[in-house]
Unconditional design. Structure first.
Length: 633
């Protein structure tokens, strides 16, 4: 019904999509099995594919690893038509094309770095009329020749990957994405689908407005990643903390994010001196060196990379088991995106952030300097706002999964996630919590409930700055009462009191702290308060997440025998991938290898039951993996 309305509104230059209502589910599942070897769709994938088959516009927001690619890869195969996928990064496109090609899907990419083989493949697929999925960089898309050609194709849809890049309210604005606004008029009648992993409501709206999405199906997935364990610790001896983190995960793939280029190099050197083969990666390296490192990482020749955020979107190795932030990132959006690179295969993984009060100051300086350079005070203010959310996240003692979900506008109801430092009880209870809380609340009361947290911190720490002196607050009894606490810790405690409802921070541009009824109860000693502080270090070994019912339900750990089989399959995967010049995970994902190691199939049909193995992949690799499985352990 919705479709006929849409049709009457839009001039249709393109042939209408075939209506495939009756056998839709069957066709969808056949294509899914045939081209991808999957037996079912994940939450929201079905809805996204339906929207595409109905010819409707859609905005799909799924977390990293949620399975966005399949949403735009499946419809063209069901409809037997071409879908154009706009993607910002060449490396990312190339990996997807490699992966699709191994599944036998007629896919190609068009970008400025295309080699002769890539060009031949593209032309052959175009000539034969078989091309179904074409990845293209935004600047390519608008070349006149290309547009001409495209306007003659019968398009199933235009998909925009990383769609948040179109919004200046987002954290990754790319001016070249702005031109995508023209698509609507250039290709009237062709459904436009926007995909992104992080989008606050404001960015979502901006995407819809910019792309002029009409009667759009909005599909917003759950942001929570139950398989990720979050830990946030003060930085105390970075190298030891990082080595400890890495040792919890064997020689698994690890990304360590640092703020500056210098930091990445220093840390990589220190790790090397501890016999960990780490590489530094940043935008200051020669292009060839950068390509080599990402290639080594993808090919599993190198497992630990110390990087700036430049090591980013192109890296979708799915078996990253640990993401370390050696310093605090500058926004929760960045944190979510960078930690999202862990565990894309759905297996349990860890995100460890090591922060210090100095990180915030460093970012503030960088932002203010950039602000002066570009003369855009509004943008600077927006960035500083994002930074303060990040700082608060670090110091809170509320479940990390809950805090992240709520930041992205979603509720989180698990009382104990079992996968964060707070819920795993890794934070210490501060012994004199009640007294500290009373001192904080009393400072707020004595200064008249008129100031923000940083001023209250100044008073409690006995700072004799001009503001404090001129207001006479050096004379009140709470002045200097908590001078032994560092400002950052004190700020954490204030946030914790706000979290547990014992104190209120007002909204608005200049938030101030005010008391409520619960504050009175605390001051009178009638309300319990438990402040938390991080332990000096982690003394417990890795605790893998086990939760039965919801989420990706990570399976039990492999037995030693299964682990041996898994390692053997992994070695075989690496050999095959190297021979073909593709990254190992496009051969099979870790999740597929784990299932193979557990199930040990010995026939073609048993092998086809394994997730991620379709007929085409069986033809390419089945025999070799069967042979490896049959080997005596
Ligand atoms: P995103 O683009 O949202 O970050 P991907 O599309 O890369 O996520 O998918 C993440 C992983 O999940 C990939 O390894 C992919 O093969 C796998 N996957 C996607 N959809 C399914 C499905 N329906 N069943 C099983 N695995 C899936
Ligand atoms: Zn938790």
């Amino acid at each position: 019904m919705a479709r006929s309305v849409v049709e009457s509104l839009r001039p249709r230059l393109h042939t209408p999509l075939p209506v495939i209502d009756k056998d839709r589910n069957r066709l969808m599942h056949e294509a899914l099995e045939r081209w991808f070897g999957f037996s079912s769709l994940r939450p929201l994938q079905k809805e996204a594919v339906d929207a595409a088959l109905d010819g409707r516009d859609a905005l799909v927001v799924l977390p990293t690893g949620g399975g966005k690619s399949l949403c735009y890869q499946l419809p063209p195969l069901v409809l037997d038509r071409l879908t154009v996928v706009v993607s910002p990064l060449i490396a990312l496109m190339q990996d997807q094309v490699d992966g699709l090609r191994l599944n036998g899907v007629p896919a190609a990419a068009s970008h400025s770095n295309l080699d002769a083989a890539g060009r031949r493949r593209l032309n052959a697929l175009i000539d034969s009329g078989e091309l179904r999925i074409l990845f293209v960089a935004p600047e390519r898309l608008f070349l006149e020749d290309f547009l001409q050609w495209l306007s003659k194709c019968d398009l199933a849809a235009i998909a925009i990957d990383e769609a948040h890049c179109i919004s200046q309210w987002g954290h990754d604005f790319r001016p070249e994405y702005r031109r995508l606004a023209e698509l609507r008029t250039r290709f009237p009648g062709v459904p436009v689908h926007a995909y992104t992993a992080t989008a606050t409501p404001r960015v979502r709206q901006d995407i819809c407005d910019q792309l002029q999405l009409q009667d759009c199906v909005e599909l917003i997935g759950t942001f929570d990643r139950p398989e990720l364990t979050y830990r946030v610790l003060p930085r105390q001896g970075l190298i030891d903390q990082v080595v400890e983190g890495i040792s919890r995960h064997g020689d698994a793939a690890t990304i360590i994010y640092c703020i500056s280029r210098k930091d990445t190099e220093a840390l990589a050197k220190q790790l090397q001196s501890r016999n960990i083969a780490a590489e530094a990666y940043h935008a200051g390296l020669a292009a060839g060196e950068r390509t080599r490192i990402s290639a080594d990482f993808r090919a599993e020749r190198c497992n630990v990379v110390c990087a700036t955020v430049a090591f980013g979107m192109g890296i979708d190795r799915s078996d990253v088991r640990l993401v370390v932030h050696a310093a605090m990132p500058k926004s929760i959006e960045h944190y979510q995106q960078e930690t999202g690179r862990a565990g894309r295969d759905g297996l349990p993984s860890e995100c460890l952030m090591l922060y210090s009060g100095a990180d915030g100051a460093k970012w503030r300086m960088i932002m203010q300097r950039a602000g002066q350079e570009y003369g855009d005070p509004e943008a600077t203010k927006a960035q500083l706002g994002l930074l303060s959310h990040m700082q608060r996240f670090a110091g809170r003692a509320q479940c990390r999964h809950k805090t992240l979900s709520e930041y992205f506008g979603q509720s989180y109801d698990e009382p104990n996630c079992g996968a964060c430092d707070v819920c795993l009880n890794e934070l210490d209870l501060v012994p004199d919590s009640v007294v500290i809380a009373q001192k904080i609340l009393s400072a707020v009361a004595r200064t008249g409930q008129r100031y923000g947290a940083s001023y209250i911190i100044d008073v409690l720490r006995g700072s004799k700055n001009e503001k404090v002196l001129s207001r006479g607050h050096d004379q009140i009894p709470t002045f200097g009462l908590l001078k032994d606490l560092v400002a950052m810790r004190l700020g954490n405690y204030i946030d914790q009191l706000i979290d547990d409802g014992s104190l209120v921070r007002t909204d608005g541009e200049y938030p101030i702290l005010v008391l409520n009824e619960a504050s009175g109860e605390v001051l009178r000693g009638n309300r319990e308060v438990s402040l938390r502080s991080p332990k000096g270090g982690l003394d417990q070994p890795a605790r893998r997440r086990r939760r039965g019912s919801s989420g990706a339900s990570p399976a039990r750990a492999l037995t030693p025998v299964e682990q041996e089989v898994f390692d053997r399959l992994r070695a075989l995967r690496r050999t095959l991938a190297t021979g073909m010049g593709v990254p190992p995970y496009v051969v099979f994902s870790d999740a597929t290898l784990e299932e193979l190691a557990r199930e040990r199939p010995s026939t073609r049909s048993a092998m086809l039951d394994v997730k991620g193995i379709g007929p085409k992949k069986y033809d390419s690799f089945g025999q070799q993996f069967l042979a490896a499985l049959a080997e005596e352990a």
